[in-house]
Every structure is written in structure tokens, then in C-alpha cells.
Design a protein around this ligand. Structure first.
Ligand SMILES: [Zn+2]
Ligand SMILES: [Zn+2]
Length: 360
């Protein structure tokens, strides 16, 4: 630092940190011109941070801060007058010192790219401090089995917050727990301490369908989780059993999958044995239909039909994921071939059960 600068700097009453940041070595006993005592309250801010992160499981963290604009203005004014450039700002000194001390205290690491938790320190013009913590969402991959009928797969959004999360839905964003989605969401909130799980399902079933075998695969994202050292999460509630494990990221494209489905159907006319053979010959064919104004093609890999009585039959098929079973039986959506067409009379799907789902 050149002498002229040093002399000028001495005209300002600065605390030790604010002086050093500008190349000085002075320390005024009076209130600091730039930070008004903020830098001297590092330890009390650190105490607030330690309180705020309590209950969060984390290995890495990042501290962000919002300082009152007046601090930047005063700092800028000094720097302009003294022609000082390229020095660390009050904000970055504050966050890096807090980060160093927190890391030293609890053995955690500062991480910029993907911290487990982010600590937000907000300081107002009276140097009042607010500390908030948000953890990185957990991404999970899982499967569920549904062993009782009558439970829908999806849950309506909470009517008061439309899914954003509010007090009345305990931050689930859901209208209740009367579905596969609701029960898994409730279990995830309990096991992770997090909020508003968002799901993506590989295919769907009817309220009256069972989901058996290895279960239906899905992804879930849980926001602001408290616990994250979770190897495997098991949820068992109301006829639903789900097993989930933490993964790095949800794949951008959903994997292809095959579904083994048992269809229980009824036909308007009496059925003959030969007609079951016609259903068996569906194996190896492709079903085409219109989906979102595009033509979709789903392959039938195997088919096995059995007559139960004059009008009813069971058909077990392995198909590409995404074939709509009720329409496939009834022949709606211009689905071709379809069961009604093959049997030569209107048929309806009474129930269908998912026996297994195989990821490709
Ligand atoms: Zn200061
Ligand atoms: Zn709500």
C-alpha cells in the first residue's frame, strides 16, 4: 500500500477485519465505518448457524449471505476514494470466515457445487441476523407392491395450496393419504424429515388393480430432507409396500419396461374354446393406437387365455409398458388389434392386475 493510501485509510474508523481487507493494519475502538460492528459479531452469527443446522444430516455445506446495501455502498465509497481495486468484499470475507469456523467446529466440508445443505444468512440494516437452512433434495428410486384392491395410485393435490405445500397438508402438497402416492409420501416424510415428495411412475394401474411381483418402479424427489444417510427406505402401510434407495439423479429418459398383466374380462356373447386360441395368437403382434395425437405402437410379447365361464375369460399378457388395458379390451381409441374385435363382440375389462414389471 502506498503512503497516500495508508494515510487516507487512517481517516476512517475501521474494525480489524475491514481495515485488513483494505491493506491497513489499524483497528479503531469505535464503531466500524463500513460494517458497523457486523464483522465483530462473527461468533454470535456462528452460534445462530449451529442452532439452525441442528437436526440436519450433512457432510458438506455452503454459506450464502445477503448484506444490507449500505455496507457495499460505504465499502465502494472508500475503495473509490483510495483507488483500491480487486479486494475481497465484506460479504465474501464474512461467508468464508463463517465457513472455515463451522468446518473446524463440526468436521464438515465447504462444498460449492452440490452441498448437502445451504445456509442462508441475511443481515438487515440494523445488523439483525436471520439464518435459514435448506437441504439438497433427495432423489430416490423405488418399487411398490399393492396387495389390496380399492386404492388409487395417485392422490389429488391439496386444495389449499394446489401442491405447493402448506400447514394444512403438513407440507405434503397432497389432499390426504388415501392412495399409493399418499401412503408413500407420508412414509417418506416420516423417514427423511423432508417435504412435498414428487413422483414419477413407470406406468399406472386402476384403483381396483393389484400390483404384484417385484412391484412398479418409480422415482421420488423429497425436498428439504433432514436425514440423508439412508441406504434403503422401507414403507409398509395400508396394503402398500415400497422399497426405495437414494440415487444421484433421475435418468432424463424413462427406461423402457415390460408389464405382465392379468386381465379379467367379460364378453357380451358366449365364448368358445377356439376363441381362446385366437387370443393366444396375439403373442408377437403389435397394437397401434392414438396417444396424445400421435400413433403409438406397443408389442405383445406373450399371451395366454383361459375361459372361466360362458362369458368370462382370463388373459395374461406381457406387453411393452404403456398399453392401456381397458381400451385394449374394449377396443376404444382405435386400438388395433383389440380383444372385442378378436372375439367378435363387445368385451369389457372387469379388473386387471399387474403381475410383474421388468425394466429393459
Ligand atoms: Zn468492520
Ligand atoms: Zn397444502
Amino acid at each position: 500500500m502506498v503512503d497516500a493510501q495508508a494515510i487516507l485509510l487512517k481517516q476512517y474508523k475501521l474494525c480489524k477485519r475491514c481495515s485488513e481487507r483494505h491493506g491497513g493494519d489499524g483497528e479503531s475502538p469505535d464503531r466500524c465505518y463500513i460494517c458497523r460492528g457486523l464483522m465483530d459479531s462473527l461468533y454470535s452469527i456462528l452460534g445462530r448457524i449451529v442452532e439452525a443446522v441442528e437436526g440436519y444430516e450433512f457432510k458438506t455445506f455452503l454459506i450464502g449471505a445477503t448484506l444490507p446495501t449500505q455496507i457495499y455502498e460505504r465499502e465502494d465509497a472508500i475503495r473509490a476514494r483510495l483507488k483500491i481495486r480487486g479486494r475481497e468484499s465484506a460479504k465474501s470475507q464474512l461467508t468464508s470466515e463463517l465457513g472455515m469456523r463451522l468446518a473446524r467446529m463440526n468436521g464438515k466440508k465447504v462444498e460449492y457445487m452440490k452441498p448437502d445443505i445451504t445456509i442462508y444468512v441475511t443481515i438487515d440494516k440494523e445488523n439483525k441476523v436471520e439464518v435459514a437452512v435448506k437441504s439438497r433434495p433427495l432423489v430416490l428410486s423405488g418399487r411398490y407392491v399393492k396387495k389390496s384392491r380399492g386404492l388409487p395410485q395417485k392422490q389429488d393435490r391439496c386444495p389449499s395450496c394446489k401442491g405447493k405445500g402448506c400447514d394444512s397438508c403438513s407440507y405434503s402438497g397432497l389432499s390426504g393419504y388415501g392412495s399409493v402416492e399418499g401412503l408413500i409420501a407420508k412414509g417418506l416424510a416420516e423417514k427423511t424429515g423432508g417435504q412435498m415428495p414428487k413422483f414419477s411412475w413407470m406406468g399406472g394401474e386402476d384403483q381396483n388393480s393389484l400390483v404384484l411381483g417385484g412391484g412398479r418402479p418409480f422415482y421420488a424427489r423429497v425436498f428439504n430432507p433432514k436425514r440423508r444417510k439412508l441406504k434403503r427406505i422401507r414403507i409398509k402401510d395400508g396394503g402398500v409396500q415400497a422399497t426405495l434407495s437414494v440415487i444421484d439423479n433421475e435418468p432424463e429418459l424413462q427406461p423402457h419396461f415390460r408389464v405382465k398383466t392379468k386381465i379379467h374380462g367379460r364378453c357380451e356373447k358366449g365364448l368358445a374354446g377356439q376363441e381362446m386360441k385366437n387370443l393366444n395368437s396375439l403373442a408377437g403382434t403389435e397394437v397401434t393406437f392414438e396417444s396424445r395425437s400421435k400413433m403409438a405402437i406397443k408389442k405383445i410379447h406373450s399371451a395366454r387365455a383361459r375361459k372361466i365361464d360362458d362369458n368370462q375369460f382370463l388373459l395374461t399378457v406381457v406387453t411393452d409398458g404403456g398399453l392401456m388395458i381397458k381400451q385394449f379390451v374394449g377396443g376404444e381409441e382405435y386400438m388395433k388389434p383389440n380383444i372385442s374385435e378378436i372375439l367378435g363382440a363387445k368385451c369389457e375389462c372387469i379388473t386387471f392386475d399387474i403381475l410383474d414389471i421388468e425394466l429393459q
